[in-house]
Design a protein around this ligand. Structure first.
Ligand code: ADP
Length: 489
């Protein structure tokens, strides 16, 4: 089976969130199953061509975006595990400092940038003579590819064997633009209908993919259910038009990379049977934060995009309401300027118990996961969430809202039965984050119970070995369906 992953982020090249982790890891596991898996990405300025020794293919290709002809080149890199990564290079659209924008604002031409990208991907496949059985598209930036194959390229024999999968990593980002996108993207107005490209008289990238890809997946079973029922940000009706084609597949975590025993970024390595190193990690983190070095302080960490989705309003409440407790808070995040301002206010008020870092900083992220006692994730919605899985593997206890992938991965700890791996509250039912922190603090202060809870955390594993089998089943279903289609074409 030939598989092409198309995405706007992928570790180790470029990352803004969990999408990059998934696209960087899933291909390796598919490769292990014996498939030819390749990945295609934009060549952003931040991707260091020298570091990866990117090679340039010997052709200059072109596509139309509106009235303009855009030229581009394809670069590539073959990884140690023999996966080929292609990079679409175009100075006008991708040679900029940010991925999607700057200083918390989207680039005003993101519509053109990703129309270009989608068209360029399809042209590149022809130039490369690579015919995928599956084109797996991730998030709205790649969402036009299934639509092109069902409309503009419908009669193009090159793609007759190709099925498309569209994965929703976060339904809140849909790529909605005015109807004239039809012209800019080169579609026909005849396809501007509710079952295809029209969405309440607008053009919505994600809606197109939900209607026109061969299967839709999202990144946890609970989120798959939620977006059909109440949390689909306007897409409920579209998703319910094809309920049998929506798959919910939990992301795995890369346990080779996120491993406290081998992590080079942390003060001391440790593992489940000897957690003495974790104490040193906590001391180092307290020092970094300017806090008192105090083993008994309950240290709560958070590494996140600064976005309303992530529940920073409630985290801020906790900072103010727990100031008389021996609780310390550390937040690492980048994004929304207003959230930043409120966090700075809290830090200025409580410099001995609140620390904030506004940066995208992988190294500090590791130190927070390892050095914290518990991890705050009061997200209003969370498609899957990787941070809680990372926290678990560092023996750091997640405190989460019951939503999406957090429901699928974190269970409330009950000391009597020694079941559960974290603390869960439910915003919808009016549960309170601060009260939940206080309940977790009681367990923290009971050394025996906390040790048992940490053991449960270490034992919670969400592996790609499991998840990849679900993707394989979905792909094989599509290929089987395609064979029927070809016979009856
Ligand atoms: P989302 O995809 O919504 O951003 P996830 O929990 O799925 O949330 O994934 C977030 C990933 O990005 C985690 O690996 C987290 O550690 C990382 N991350 C988020 N913000 C930062 C930051 N400022 N610095 C370093 N890593 C970050």
């Amino acid at each position: 089976m030939n598989i092409l992953m198309v995405a706007s982020e992928c570790v180790p090249f470029v990352k803004a969130g969990g999408l990059a982790d998934v696209v960087g890891t899933l291909p390796r596991y598919l490769k292990n199953l014996g498939y030819d898996v390749r990945v295609i990405l934009p060549k952003y300025q931040s991707i260091d061509g020298k570091k990866y020794d990117l090679q340039t293919l010997p052709y200059r290709l072109q596509v139309r975006v509106g009235k303009d002809t855009e030229f581009f080149r394809v670069k590539y890199y073959v990884s140690e595990d023999d996966i080929t990564y292609y990079f679409i290079e175009n100075m006008r659209f991708f040679n900029r400092p940010g991925i999607y924008g700057m200083d918390g604002l989207d680039y005003p031409d993101n519509r053109e940038r990703y129309i270009f990208f989608c068209r360029a991907v399809l042209e590149s496949l022809k130039a490369l003579m690579f015919r995928p059985d599956i084109i797996h598209c991730h998030d709205w930036q790649t969402a036009l590819i299934p639509s092109y194959l069902k409309t503009v390229f419908r009669d193009d024999g090159f793609f007759w064997n190709t099925s498309t999968v569209f994965t929703i990593h976060n339904i809140a980002y849909q790529g909605q633009f005015p109807a004239d996108t039809i012209d800019m993207a080169g579609f026909s107005w005849a396809d501007f209908t509710p079952d295809k490209l029209e969405f309440y008289n607008n053009f919505n990238f994600m809606k197109c993919a939900i209607c026109l890809s061969d299967a839709v997946s999202t990144v946890s079973p609970t989120y798959a259910k939620e977006i059909k029922e109440f949390n689909g940000k306007g897409m409920e009706i579209v998703l319910n038009s094809r309920p049998d084609d929506i798959y919910g597949i939990l992301n795995g975590l890369d346990y080779d990379y996120w491993n406290p025993l081998t992590d080079r970024e942390i003060a001391a390595n440790y593992f489940q049977d000897d957690i003495s190193g974790k104490k040193l990690c906590k001391m180092e983190l307290q020092k970094l934060c300017g806090f008192d070095i105090d083993e008994n302080a309950y240290l709560l960490g958070c590494v996140s995009r600064l976005d309303n989705q992530k529940g920073f309003d409630i985290i801020l409440d906790a900072m103010y309401l727990l100031d008389d407790k021996n609780v310390q808070f550390v937040v690492l995040g980048s994004g929304d300027a207003t959230i930043k301002r409120y966090l700075v206010e809290a830090k200025n008020k409580y410099p001995k118990s609140v620390a904030v870092f506004f940066d995208y900083n992988e190294s500090l992220a590791h130190k927070i996961y390892a050095g914290s006692d518990a991890y705050m994730m009061p997200s209003k919605f969370e498609p899957c969430g990787l941070s809680q899985m990372i926290a678990l593997t560092y023996g750091t206890i997640p405190i989460v809202n019951r939503t999406g992938g957090l429901s699928d991965t974190i269970k409330y700890y009950v000391p009597e039965s020694n079941e559960g791996n974290g603390f869960v509250f439910n915003i919808t039912y009016g549960d309170n984050f601060v009260q939940t922190i206080l309940k977790s603090e009681v367990v923290f202060r009971n050394k025996k119970q906390w040790k048992a809870l940490m053991n449960n955390a270490f034992n919670s594993k969400f592996t790609w070995e499991d998840s990849v089998l679900h993707y394989q089943t979905m792909y094989l279903n599509l290929i089987e369906k395609k064979e029927y289609e070809i016979v009856y074409r």
